[in-house]
Design a protein around this ligand. Structure first.
Ligand code: BV8
Ligand code: ZN
Length: 249
């Protein structure tokens, strides 16, 4: 059945759930593509772990600084801007992201639930104190490189990225708020995610189970197992502005 953009204008509570694909058109490689150059022989699920950081802190810190530099150079794309526009138009919008970049914030989204943390909140690997220092814009070569992490001013421990690694728990209060929004919403847009990573991937399923409409926005067609589940195939930077335009024309 065709998705009617009017559902967007009429939903009392809209959830937008995003993955790395929403930042793809800003030039930020998705998680699978983020392993080029120095890291191309690594599996992200191996590198984005506390074990990898313990074993080779400079390799892991270099990868994250290389990605942070890409984020600093990136601009929000029309998908981020359309989501920020939706927040101004609908009665209630909860934005939940798996991404560690700040492009939703820079596009003007007022509040963002970061399930997997953020590259902009480094902290101490030993004592968890937030890193107070200023991180310089890393001048890593395009193919990246190893970089010794800075040290904690409190305990001299190594500073780590403020992201949730594989095998680490998600921030419980944020996950709880995200699940509550999924359980309460009338419509959920799932934008640019392959739905592989748990427990984030449960969010669209919970919305579907309680009777909300769920719309997947992804260049890869997504499997729809329920009558109120839809798959809009294409890049988010094109489809989202069109949806907003048709919903509020
Ligand atoms: C935990 C931060 C336990 C780091 C990330 C149950 C079953 C199986 C496995 C598990 C399970 N429960 C837990 C696990 C293990 C693991 C897991 O899920 N493994 C997977 C690989 C099977 N989960 C965990 O370890 C989680 N922790 O559960 O802890 C626990 C419990 C108690 C006590 C202690 C421990 C932690 C998971 C968090 C990992 N951190 N990010 C970093 O960024 O470096 S996840 C990382 O992957 C990113 O956040 C990203 O969002 C996510 C997925 O990566 P991508 O594939 O790149 O992105 P995405 O999935 O969004 O795919 C891109 C999509 O975009 C594609 O579909 C593509 O078609 C589309 N696209 C491309 N271009 C566009 C587009 N869409 C729209 N427009 C476009 N232009
Ligand atoms: Zn410390």
């Amino acid at each position: 059945m065709e998705f009617d953009p009017q559902y967007l204008a009429q939903a009392p509570h809209l959830v937008v759930f995003t993955g790395a694909g929403v930042s793809a058109e800003s030039g930020i490689p998705t998680f699978r593509d983020a392993l080029s150059g120095l890291w191309e022989h690594f599996d992200p699920a191996q590198l984005a772990t506390p074990q990898a950081f313990r074993a080779n802190p400079a390799l892991v810190w270099g990868w994250y600084e290389w990605r942070r530099r890409k984020m600093l150079q990136a601009q929000p794309n029309p998908a981020h801007l359309a989501i920020a526009e939706l927040a101004r138009r609908v009665p209630r919008l909860t934005l939940i992201t798996q991404n560690v970049d700040d492009l939703h914030e820079r596009a003007g989204s007022p509040s963002v639930l970061h399930l997997h943390g953020s590259l902009h909140t480094p902290q101490c690997f030993a004592c968890n104190r937030p890193f107070k220092g200023k991180l310089p814009c890393p001048d890593l070569p395009e193919q990246g490189g190893s970089l010794e992490p800075p040290r904690c001013s409190g305990c001299n421990g190594k500073i780590r990225p403020g992201v949730v690694w594989f095998g680490e728990s998600l921030p419980q209060a944020i996950l709880k708020a995200a699940f509550q929004a999924a359980d309460d919403c009338d419509l959920l847009l799932s934008v640019g995610t392959s739905g592989l990573v748990q427990p984030a991937a449960q969010i669209p399923q919970r919305a579907l189970q309680q009777g909300a409409r769920v719309v997947h926005i992804n260049p890869q067609p997504q499997e729809c197992r329920a009558p109120q589940e839809y798959s809009l195939t294409g890049p988010a930077g094109q489809l989202l502005p069109q949806l907003v335009q048709r919903a509020f024309a």
